[in-house]
Design a binder for this molecule. Structure first.
Ligand SMILES: CC(C)(COP(=O)(O)OP(=O)(O)OC[C@H]1O[C@@H](n2cnc3c(N)ncnc32)[C@H](O)[C@@H]1OP(=O)(O)O)[C@@H](O)C(=O)NCCC(=O)NCCS
Length: 149
């Protein structure tokens, strides 16, 4: 504990570690070609602690000046110390620098995961997102980048 994670954009060199984080969470292999396309085409963020990738956030183009936050994960052992919030902060800054004005994302109890589900809506709300619509299992969240934060 105590160590501060280094946060920066993802590159192709992060993909194998990213894939391992994804697989541990989801119980299935990551589609690394898809992740590679996302990090080549849209802002991303990765967090390293003692040299190891412990968290990431990826986006993909959604519409003009809008991206979708496509995947976000912090390793279970590294959660609860601000890494997820730092990843979003870096991502939002990178998006603004690219002229992006809004982020949309989906969080759901319907995803197959290898760990118990915990609702991520409070995490996103603390980072300035608001719920646009909810179904039984899924929340669609949006965040404007035109204001503070
Ligand atoms: C959601 C997640 C990215 C947050 O990362 P983090 O580094 O723990 O976040 P921070 O330390 O910046 O923020 C902590 C807050 O996140 C929320 N949070 C913590 N663990 C969480 C979890 N497993 N699931 C959902 N939200 C969580 C809580 O509101 C927490 O606040 P608290 O400490 O006051 O309870 C991380 O818990 C995670 O990877 N969860 C599993 C995958 C996931 O839900 N991804 C996003 C939706 S698809």
């Amino acid at each position: 504990m105590g160590a501060v994670a280094a946060v920066g954009p993802l590159t192709g060199r992060d993909l194998s570690e990213l894939g391992a984080l994804f697989a541990a969470r989801s119980g299935r292999p990551a589609d690394l070609d898809r992740f590679a396309t996302w990090i080549d085409s849209s802002p991303s963020a990765g967090a390293r602690l003692d040299g190891a990738l412990v968290g990431y956030a990826t986006t993909a183009p959604f519409g003009p000046e809008v991206v979708e936050l496509t995947s976000m994960l912090v390793a279970p052992s590294a959660r609860g110390r601000g890494i997820g919030t730092a990843l979003l902060g870096h991502l939002h800054d990178a998006c603004r620098a690219s002229g992006i004005g809004a982020v949309v994302t989906v969080t759901s109890a319907g995803y197959a995961t290898a760990e118990p589900h915990r609702d991520a809506v409070p995490f996103y709300e603390a980072a300035g997102y608001r719920v646009a619509v909810r179904t039984e299992q899924t929340a669609v969240l949006v965040r404007s980048l035109g204001d503070e934060g």
